[in-house]
Design a binder for this molecule. Structure first.
Ligand SMILES: O=C(O)CCC(=O)C(=O)O
Ligand SMILES: [Fe+2]
Length: 628
């Protein structure tokens, strides 16, 4: 049984979710049910709170007395934004979960919005013999993922258990769904009063639900770079707007049945019901409201003509309802903005945007299928040109020959020089003011970003710790031949010792705790040096090959399923950051936290600005020349 101790009270919804998954994996079905139910309850509360704070504060700010009566330079907009911020901070202040959820949600994406708990919950209910709830959970999940065949067959399976379909509910349905369904049923039964009651209620609830959905969109957003003030506003605004536009579509699903015209269809029902109950004015208003959405709708235009001819109808009856007018005005304006953005940013402005900003656009370049193996990915856009240049520069100045290999210059092949610098050493250099903090910050940021995307892409639920971060360069030695049959890094697995018979032994000296590996490339001005996945130890059966370039990331699970190596670097210098992750906190790189602390306490750290960009003014390694 689940113990309810003090600690449980403060657990966030994501923590509860993780416990639910754990219980599920260990077949503790009753615990699984408790944890997921709690997680869902907590998340609902959290979402409600966030939404209501945002809506309340927007309203409050809008009706506040401005500090000055005349608007100038859009100052009123900003005054309101400031008031709204203050209000939101106060509103959310008493709820520590909000901040925690914020942080966690940025990582896990929308576990709850995607109704992921139900994927587990239906099984746990089934295992505890609660078929109705199992079926309802499966149904709830299906509403959000109508194309999911597995869940559809699960639901069918539950139906075989002799249950009454009427008992199956969508746990996530909003109030308007049932009101609307009732209203539509009353229409079939010609119960006009009931149609009016249910449809009016549904209309109000629907609009409220859409407002809440839109408020939910006004959350944090990672620009991926550091835009100026105005571009950052436009950027964030556009992201929110795109999110808000999706609300209508999501809410238009009535238990999985898609209604593109859900909101206006209320007016359709209402005009008829009002007409039938003799309320001609309300009927005419409903007609005019409907026509706001579909001005050319023949049926409704016929209705309009019909109503106009009624003796009691006056011309001013045909005023659309206020909420319909407001809704449409906003929608039309928003559509125009989005159209404008799409057009202008795809053609003219795109070319004007700084290449750096464009570069940061992230995409999956090769998936598992293209790489011919599982748990593999190649992504682009994980570092900008500037970041690549700076990090390469750091390697040039501060890397140590044979770093990580007992100082052996050529640990892999004698045709190349191998040098590297760990994150820890970068921290050391920063601490002793040999490197500007911003470079350490960059190193941390760029690598943290890869961790984030790896977690996301491989859907890693468990904690993923940095275990080792190594910025390395492999340089062809001047006297090495152009034709090479050796490899820059022989075929290997990262967390086990691979034997001749292809078995892989998880033992010393392998880094057995490594769970995921990633290499972020920084340059492409060299020949050779392709990263390869191979199905055999000699690199004869190459499954796929990746050409390094700035910002490209190859990531994979560290086991024998991902044998890999590096082809010979024939000319030039190939620099990359190797990052290894572990689920085991024992092997977490403690220096990362130290680095964050050093950065926090070094905000006013300054070196002589006349010193060159890497900020180093002390020749720490070998006998490289000072760059001044
Ligand atoms: O640099 C690369 O592309 C791969 C290096 C690698 O596999 C390793 O260091 O374990
Ligand atoms: Fe490796």
């Amino acid at each position: 049984h689940v113990q309810t101790n003090e600690a449980n009270v403060t657990e966030t919804s994501v923590q509860l979710y993780e416990k639910g998954v754990e219980a599920y994996l260990e077949n503790r079905w009753a615990d699984c049910v408790v944890y997921f139910e709690k997680a869902l309850g907590k998340y609902r509360k959290y979402r409600k709170k966030v939404q209501s704070c945002r809506l309340k504060c927007k309203n409050e700010a809008e009706f506040s007395e401005p500090l000055y009566p005349v608007d100038n330079d859009n100052l009123l907009f900003f005054e309101r934004a400031i008031r709204q911020t203050l209000c939101i901070m106060e509103c959310e202040n008493d709820d520590p979960e909000i901040l925690e959820n914020y942080i966690v949600n940025m990582e896990t994406g929308n576990l709850f919005e995607e109704q992921r708990p139900y994927e587990y919950l239906h099984i746990c209910y089934f295992q505890t013999n609660d078929i109705i709830k199992a079926a309802s959970s499966a149904f709830t999940y299906l509403v959000a993922h109508p194309d999911n065949k597995v869940m559809a067959s699960n639901l069918k399976h539950y139906f075989d258990h002799n249950i009454d379909k009427k008992d199956i509910v969508n746990y996530e349905a909003k109030d308007y769904v049932y009101l609307y369904v009732h209203g539509a049923e009353s229409y079939e039964h010609k119960d006009w009063q009931s149609v009016i009651f249910n449809m009016e209620e549904s209309l109000t609830e629907y609009i409220q639900a859409e407002e809440e959905c839109r408020a939910q969109c006004e959350g944090p957003f990672d620009h991926g770079w550091y835009p100026d003030f105005i571009p950052s506003i436009s950027n964030h605004f556009t992201v929110c707007l795109k999110c808000k536009q999706k609300c209508r579509k999501t809410l238009g699903s009535l238990n999985g049945e898609i209604h593109d015209d859900l909101l206006p269809s209320h007016y359709h029902y209402l005009q008829y019901a009002y007409y039938k109950t003799g309320n001609l004015k309300a009927a005419c208003q409903a007609v005019a409201s409907y026509l706001r959405f579909y001005p050319d709708d023949e049926t409704m235009l016929d209705n309009l003509r019909y109503y106009s001819k009624q003796p009691k109808v006056q011309e001013d009856y045909f005023h659309p309802r206020e909420e319909a007018v407001r809704y449409m005005q906003r929608q039309i304006y928003e559509n125009k903005i989005l159209k404008f953005v799409n057009k202008e940013f795809n053609t003219t402005l795109k070319s004007k945007l700084k290449s750096e900003e464009l570069e940061k656009k992230l995409y999956v370049t090769m998936n598992e299928k293209e790489l011919k193996g599982s748990k593999r990915i190649v992504m682009d856009g994980l570092a900008t040109t500037k970041e690549c240049q700076t990090l390469t520069e750091i390697a040039k100045y501060f890397a140590i020959i044979g770093d990580g290999y007992d100082g052996r210059r050529s640990p892999h092949t004698k045709m190349e020089k191998f040098e590297g610098i760990t994150l820890s050493r970068t921290l050391f250099l920063t601490y002793f003011k040999l490197l500007r903090p911003k470079y350490l910050d960059m190193f941390l940021r760029v690598t943290e970003n890869t961790r984030k995307y790896i977690k996301k892409y491989f859907k890693i639920k468990k904690k993923l710790y940095f275990s080792f971060t190594h910025l390395v360069c492999r340089t062809a030695l001047p006297d090495s031949p152009k034709i090479r049959t050796d490899l820059s890094h022989k075929i290997h697995a990262d967390n086990c010792n691979i034997l001749k018979n292809q078995t892989c032994v998880k033992a010393f000296p392998a880094f057995t705790w490594r769970d995921y590996s990633a290499i972020l490339y920084l340059n492409d001005d060299f020949e050779g040096g392709e990263f390869i996945f191979s199905s055999d130890l000699n690199g004869l059966n190459i499954q796929s090959s990746v050409k390094p370039r700035c910002g490209r990331l190859v990531a994979f699970s560290s086991g024998p399923e991902n044998l890999h190596g590096v082809k010979a670097v024939k000319t030039g210098s190939r620099c990359a950051i190797g990052i290894w992750f572990s689920h085991d906190p024992k092997y977490a790189d403690k220096d990362r936290n130290v680095a964050l602390r050093v950065l926090e306490n070094n905000l006013d750290f300054h070196l002589d600005p006349s010193i060159d960009i890497t900020g180093f003014n002390f020749d720490v390694k070998n006998d490289k020349k000072l760059k001044t």
